[in-house]
Design a protein around this ligand. Structure first.
Ligand code: T5A
Length: 210
């Protein structure tokens, strides 16, 4: 149904806030609206990106923080060139579980590499693509980690201390302050019905415009 360039929607937030759960909900909304879309994720989304994801999240892996940032960025460069841009150019919408805001939050603030440094690296790599809408699912760090606890072995990043995730959360919220036209903060601590109603409301104007 879509004409012209597609819309780029990202889901962001800390571990366990419900990105995957709500991505499925948004996919159902797009299906109902007869909108052709690609659902994808970062790190990952391409064969090389998925290999990089395995490397960077391996529970027993060790790497420099800068290496982690470069691998996340490499995965993103592949993803944009091979999946996201072609889909948007073909008029498809793209729904992506995490994007650049995650590097700002996790590597820039969590790892303390510097938010501006992460942004500058992306500019140097020619990454200028911005989402049309970012759904930032936000809730207290501990509550999200509790939801994840039932999941089994945590990956390398999920093993970080609370302070790491607190810094990442504040950076995410700061992104929302800096880009209110793009980032909608959703209270992810509410019941799933309430969260999904907020997500639906955030998407509604875009769905109506098509
Ligand atoms: N990363 C990623 C970086 O460091 N830099 C980067 O640039 C990028 C792109 C990726 C990791 O990589 C890091 C961040 C991450 O550490 P991931 O798999 O994308 O990993 O991220 P996770 O946050 O680990 O994703 P998860 O799928 O594990 O968590 P979700 O998607 O947020 O949560 P979800 O939907 O699976 O829900 C978790 C549980 O909560 C329940 C669900 O049923 C599920 O059991 N739930 C609710 N329960 C009650 N009320 C609600 N409202 C609920 N919503 C969901």
């Amino acid at each position: 149904m879509t004409e012209g360039r597609g819309k780029f929607i990202t889901l962001e937030g800390l571990e366990g806030v419900g990105k995957t759960t709500n991505r499925q909900f948004v996919e159902a909304l797009l299906d109902d609206a007869d909108i052709s879309f690609v659902g994808t994720r970062e790190p990952g989304g391409t064969p090389l990106g998925e290999s990089l994801r395995e490397l960077v999240l391996a529970a027993d892996g060790q790497m420099q923080d800068l290496t982690e940032l470069l691998l996340m960025t490499a995965s993103r460069v592949e993803h944009i060139a091979n999946v996201i841009e072609p889909a948007l150019a073909a008029g498809q919408w793209v729904l992506c579980d995490r994007f650049l805001d995650a590097s700002i939050a996790y590597q820039g603030a969590g790892r303390q590499l510097g938010v501006e440094r992460v942004a500058e690296l992306h500019r140097l790599m020619g990454v200028t693509l911005e989402p049309d809408l970012t759904l930032l699912l936000d809730m207290p760090v501990e509550a999200g980690l509790e939801r994840m606890a039932a999941r089994g072995t945590p990956d390398r990043i999920e093993r970080e201390a609370l302070a790491f995730f607190e810094r990442a959360r504040q950076a995410y919220l700061q992104q929302a302050v800096m880009a209110p036209e793009r980032v909608v903060v959703v209270d992810a601590g509410k019941s799933l019905d309430d969260v999904q109603e907020s997500v639906r409301q955030a998407l509604q104007p875009m769905l109506e415009r098509g």
